[in-house]
Ligand binder design. Structure first.
Ligand code: DP6
Length: 395
């Protein structure tokens, strides 16, 4: 009688957050998560924002289990099931040895944590699914596959977190999604001095999720149809050229126009969706007046499906933006407002302020800022960083 093979494998990896400058908004297939337009993002440095995931696979486990940020969650979520099923069917196509076949019958325990507050409305589903797929691929031995296609069925924007630097998600045209994947257009260090500032808005209201918001936009917004056919294809080409040439003025204008159009599509959705609030709008005005003063686009804002602002600027301009932010958005904890720092930026000079007409915002309209920059893609970590103990439960 054949002895049943016992298997025991594990891996721990980290994956980054990404912020789109050409926005993904709309699906042509909701199950496969196929988009109605291509998009492009910068991957953020994992020193500032990342998800870490450990996966253990063992023939001793009774079922698949998942823990997110210290809490056990149901694993029945259809997107999660789609991801697991895709990884397992890849592994099954390749299984040859008894050990490889035994892996297919074993269950997994998945533990995932973010190094940033999930509640802040930052893109945790992108880094979360990217990390899960990357780690599962190590455990199942399928790392040679184009994994962004599997991350995509977890959450569309997750496919872009599978690479570092500047990343395009090509929408593709096939019904099976085989040509809808992410690809790196430029390395993380391609544009020295590029900085990214995330301004977390103090707003605990639960807004419309991207998934349901974009569904309503696809059904009701005529502007979205124009964006899909006329606007995005040209912008994708133009922004790649601007990044290639390190042309900030071009890059910044396209970034702001694309954010503006995405939020215009939200307003054109019926019933309308509002993601930006008064604080977000004050950030837009601050950046606009800064660029007017400079006579050139030196800083660019972008907003996702929530009120938080993300600002792209080169290092020198970003230093001025930081001091203007502390002036126009006063904080009751100025020394720790910018995460990772213990000193507030210098107050802006009277000369600098004379170019601005916006009003100072109420105290603590912004919760905090995160200074970051483009960074690399997912990483395999050592066993010492494993989030599971030897029995396969969270440490
Ligand atoms: C506004 O990737 O969160 O951030 O595919 O339904 O999971 P699902 O949506 P999601 O949408 C992100 C929308 C966006 C723009 C972007 O990141 O491109």
């Amino acid at each position: 009688m054949a002895v049943e093979s016992k298997v025991n494998r594990q891996a721990t990896c980290s994956a980054p957050v990404n912020i789109a400058v050409i926005k993904y908004w709309g699906k042509r297939d909701e199950k496969l998560i196929l988009p109605t337009n291509s998009s492009l993002s910068a991957t953020l440095d994992q020193a500032d924002l990342k998800t870490t995931t450990s996966v253990a696979l063992s023939s001793e486990f009774d079922s698949d289990r998942l823990w997110l940020n210290g809490k056990e969650e149901s694993i029945t979520n259809p997107r999660l099931q789609n991801v697991l099923q895709k990884i397992r069917s890849l592994a099954s196509e390749r299984a040859q040895t008894d050990e490889e076949k035994a892996v297919l019958d074993a269950h997994v325990h998945i533990v995932s944590v973010n190094n940033f507050p999930t509640a802040a409305g930052l893109a945790s589903s992108a880094s979360g699914y990217a990390c899960m797929v990357y780690t599962l691929a190590q455990v199942y031995g399928v790392t040679d596959y184009e994994l962004s296609k599997i991350a995509r069925v977890g959450s569309g924007s997750a496919c872009r977190s599978m690479y570092g630097g500047w990343v395009a998600w090509n929408m593709g045209t096939r019904d099976d999604g085989d040509d809808s994947f992410a690809e790196q257009t430029h390395l993380a260090d391609h544009w020295p001095g590029m900085k990214i500032l995330i301004l977390v808005v103090s707003d605990r209201k639960k807004g419309t999720s991207s998934t349901s918001g974009m569904g309503t936009s696809v059904r009701t917004s005529e502007l979205l149809q124009h964006r899909i056919t006329e606007v995005v294809p040209k912008r994708m080409a133009a922004i790649k050229e601007a990044i290639e040439a390190r042309d900030f003025a071009q890059f910044g204008e396209i970034t702001m126009r694309d954010s503006n159009q995405f939020h215009a599509v939200c307003l054109d959705t019926y019933p309308p969706i509002f993601y930006m609030n008064d604080t977000s709008k004050a950030v837009v005005q601050m950046v606009t007046q800064y660029n007017t003063m400079k006579g050139e686009v030196k800083a660019a804002y972008t907003f996702d499906a929530g009120p938080n602002a993300v600002i792209y600027a080169m290092e020198d301009a970003m230093a001025e933006i930081a001091s203007l932010t502390s002036h126009f958005f006063p904080s009751t904890t100025p020394d720790t407002f910018f995460r990772g720092t213990t000193t507030a930026p210098p107050a802006p000079s009277a000369e600098l302020l004379s170019h601005f007409t916006i009003a100072q915002q109420p105290e603590d309209s912004l919760q905090y800022g995160i200074n970051t920059q483009p960074g690399p893609g997912p990483q395999v970590l050592t066993d010492e960083e494993c989030l599971l103990d030897s029995s396969g439960l969270p440490k």
